[in-house]
Design a protein around this ligand. Structure first.
Ligand SMILES: O=c1nc[nH]c2c1ncn2[C@H]1C[C@H](O)[C@@H](COP(=O)(O)OP(=O)(O)OP(=O)(O)O)O1
Ligand SMILES: [Mg+2]
Length: 202
């Protein structure tokens, strides 16, 4: 396991919601954080069919392009009654050809569940795979998960993506309703970060 020894890191993501969360999660470690956009890096195509595969593509692309260690996050929601869909394709389901429409994607998930007459609760999980890659090609991977259910209608305007329809187990508020600090304490991203920090930062 390689430790992070530098003082600067690139977040290999173009998603503003994720970048905000990752900055907050890394803040306590005194690491200076830049985003892929700060380096004018383009978005590589996510051609793999696993979270780990796509996380690797994004982190190595940014590490090579910036000359700094780069941290990527590949994530998505997997719905049990949809055989794990949308999963690694979560962002694709929101693609309209003219930006992303998450309310449309969330409605599509709910409609499919209704069509299948899926039993309630509609079990689901958020998954997050982090890849920390160095410019010399070395990398470390960490996985996080949180289980819960898909609810309808959408609830709350905090967070991003599928947050308004995900109710984590043991909670009364969706990720869209809860205080960001609470999401940071219990999310799939927080779970993966605990492992990253333990291995590479603490
Ligand atoms: O905490 C979350 N709360 C709500 N929705 C979430 C979350 N985490 C991932 N998601 C959804 C939306 C995101 O668009 C997709 C991941 O797709 P994914 O390719 O990993 O990210 P992305 O394309 O948005 O940004 P980028 O690849 O530049 O890091 O899953
Ligand atoms: Mg992406």
């Amino acid at each position: 396991m390689r430790r992070f020894e530098g003082d600067k890191l690139v977040i290999a993501s173009h998603n503003a919601g994720k970048i905000r969360e990752i900055r907050a999660l890394l803040e306590p470690f005194g690491v200076e954080v830049a985003s892929a956009a700060d380096f004018g890096l383009d978005e590589p195509e996510e051609t793999e069919d696993s979270f780990a595969g796509n996380a690797r593509i994004k982190a190595h692309h940014a590490a090579k392009g910036s000359g700094l260690p780069a941290l990527s996050d590949d994530s998505g929601i997997t719905v049990d009654a949809l055989d794990g869909a949308p999963g690694v394709h979560t962002a694709d389901w929101a693609e309209t050809g003219n930006g992303r429409d998450f309310p449309m994607a969330m409605e599509k998930v709910w409609t499919l569940l209704e069509e299948r007459d899926a039993p309630t609760p509609r079990r689901a999980a958020f998954n997050c795979t982090l890849c920390l890659a160095w410019p010399d090609g070395h990398d470390e991977m960490f996985e996080g998960k949180v289980r819960g259910q898909v609810v309808w209608p959408m609830r709350g305007d905090q967070g991003f993506g599928f947050d308004p329809v995900f109710l984590p187990d043991g909670e009364t508020e969706t990720f869209g309703e809860m205080d960001p600090a609470r999401k940071h304490a219990m999310s799939h991203r927080a779970d993966a970060f605990r492992k990253l920090v333990h291995a590479c930062f603490a």
